[in-house]
Design a binder for this molecule. Structure first.
Ligand code: HXC
Length: 259
């Protein structure tokens, strides 16, 4: 499929999606989000793809939803077409999605990164929810996922002031898993390296881990532990369990069939 707002490429079982509206700092327009949804759905269906990396430019992962598109919107238009409601394909993608964030991840851009499973940040990444400065509020999870990531006080501070948080603060708060310092490798390269590592695992295990971890946000501990136990039992129905344990005992590398 030909995209105009994003770029896609594949590398060693990893699908790489680059947001590509550099002049608008990757502002998330409806056409861009439609393309992103399509690309994610394609990779999710593709048996050759085991993990996905989502990135932007050096200057911006994404500077938010497209303010020029939203400016004249009315309540009825938002309500009737369920504005933003369909921007959630990242959250229903079953293969892992790693966000590689350089520069600005603001508003919808920060929210999009938070929909991903792992966030890696470059040393100069900046995260924030500046919607308050536009007379609106976050609309794609900023008031919800940020609280779960960095706690109430920091999330409240960011959403109420619109101030940006540095990569180091994001790391300290637990929003990002790694900050990549200036130097030899870029945040995108580090994200691809991790995605390739995951791509070499058994896909059923990977998908089950992702599903269980994400459910931990929705379920009570008892329900979450129950779900995990059932998936654990189910893993013994896979060929990959026999292969993985067989390979360990026979002191060789496993060869996954992903079944
Ligand atoms: C549309 C945007 C944009 C956005 C930047 N641009 N952000 N266009 N929507 N969110 C455009 C600018 O208008 C400008 O276009 C070009 O990108 C370069 O931006 P500059 O402002 O000139 O760059 P700079 O001075 O480096 O400042 C960078 C910045 C600033 C601090 C990131 O652009 C900024 O504050 N952007 C808005 C951030 C924001 O408020 N995001 C939240 C949006 S609301 P021209 O044509 O002038 O060159 C939101 C709601 C989420 O996300 C709802 C759920 C998804």
């Amino acid at each position: 499929t030909a995209f105009t707002n994003i770029l896609t490429r594949e590398d060693g079982g990893v699908g790489i999606i680059t947001l590509n509206r550099p002049k608008a700092l990757n502002a998330l327009s409806t056409p861009l989000m439609t393309e992103l949804n399509d690309a994610l759905a394609q990779y999710d269906r593709d048996d050759g793809i085991m993990a996905i990396v989502l990135t932007g430019s050096e200057k911006a992962f994404a500077a938010g939803a497209d303010i020029k598109e939203m400016r004249e919107l009315t309540f009825m238009e938002c309500y009737k077409k369920e504005f933003i409601t369909s921007w959630t394909k990242v959250t229903t993608t079953r293969k892992p999605v790693i966000a590689a964030v350089s520069g600005f991840a603001l508003g919808g851009g920060c929210e999009l990164a938070m929909m991903c499973d792992i966030i890696y940040a470059s040393h100069d990444a900046k995260f924030g929810q500046p919607e308050i400065n536009l007379g609106i509020l976050p609309g794609a999870g900023g008031t919800q996922r940020l609280v779960r990531a960095v706690g109430k006080s920091k999330a409240m501070e960011l959403c109420l002031t619109g101030d940006m948080m540095t990569a180091q603060e994001a790391l300290a708060g637990g929003l990002v898993a790694k900050v990549v310092p200036a130097g030899e490798s870029t945040v995108l390269e580090e994200a691809i390296k991790t995605a390739k590592k995951i791509a070499k695992k058994s896909l059923p295990s990977v998908m089950m881990v992702k599903e269980c971890v994400n459910k931990s946000f929705e379920l009570s501990l008892a329900e979450g532990l129950h779900l995990e136990r059932r998936f654990f039992h189910a893993a013994f129905a896979t060929q990959d369990q026999k292969e993985g344990m067989g390979a360990f005992v026979e002191k060789r590398k496993p060869s996954w069939t992903h079944e």
